[in-house]
Design a protein around this ligand. Sequence first.
Ligand code: GLV
Length: 309
Amino acid sequence: MAILCIEDDEIADRWRDALRRENAELDVRSWPEIGRAEDIDMVLLWDEFGCLGDLPNLKAAVILGAGVDHLFAPTVAIPEHLKIIRLIDPSITGQMIEYVTLCVVTWTRDWDDYRQFQRERRYEELPARVPADVTIGVLGLGRLGGAVAQTLAGIGYRVGGWSSSPRDLEGIECFSGEDGLTRLFQQSDIIVCLLPLTAETEGILNADLFNSAKEGAYLINAARGGHLVEEDLIIAVDSGRLSGATLDVQREEPMAPEHPFWDHPKIKITPHIATITSPEYAAPDVAENYRRLKVGEPLLNVIDVERQY
Ligand code: GLV
């Protein structure tokens, strides 16, 4: 039995070393030197789905990231018996909490304005906001969204959250359904999107919702570019309905040189770096799942193919 890693050589070496630190007996191979295809029962990959059909004893595929929407493209055929696992380790959760908190605090503390004042040698105070005066709406209350929402609530912000099916999360005012989404937008100073991208959530951040948002609300999207109707955002920001946005993800990545986000003064972009999967931190979860696979115990973080996440 062996694990096959389909990644660039340097990353594949890191996976092999990190997995062997968890269990020195593991047979970890790197594409394309796979040895006997019959030996492979688990594969680690991001989007090289073409190989899945060529490994006769393959039982599980670990997608090396938290979002798995690319798996559901019409061109991808997933063998039915295959368990698909996604990665959310404590490092990924911590990075996402850090990224969103940075964006939130930059806005609540008027950080950009103070930097501009400094350039102008203006020693001037803006009206203060305290955390309890700021309401944040987190879309998606799964492993990442839930952790982000609870951390923000721990700082003292008023936090509401939305999920497609009803949830109950301590310290968070939970909303669901279409009506719940509008209500969350109406009350939030900052909206954070951490939803999975599915047929249902594609384009969910659009003019209809922006029009129901609180005047001057701020948008943070660290989920997928497909959630956002980009033209609608530009109109909402230019009209002052939204005060701006930070977007770690865009519809086309990398963004084309002529994309209007590049020079928009109120839209900040980062190149999909909110979380980076690191073999060293993710290996314990992968090794644990491999142990479970071998002894027939239920696997962790398995995707529901029907729900698409
Ligand atoms: C990054 O976007 C991921 O899905 O892990």
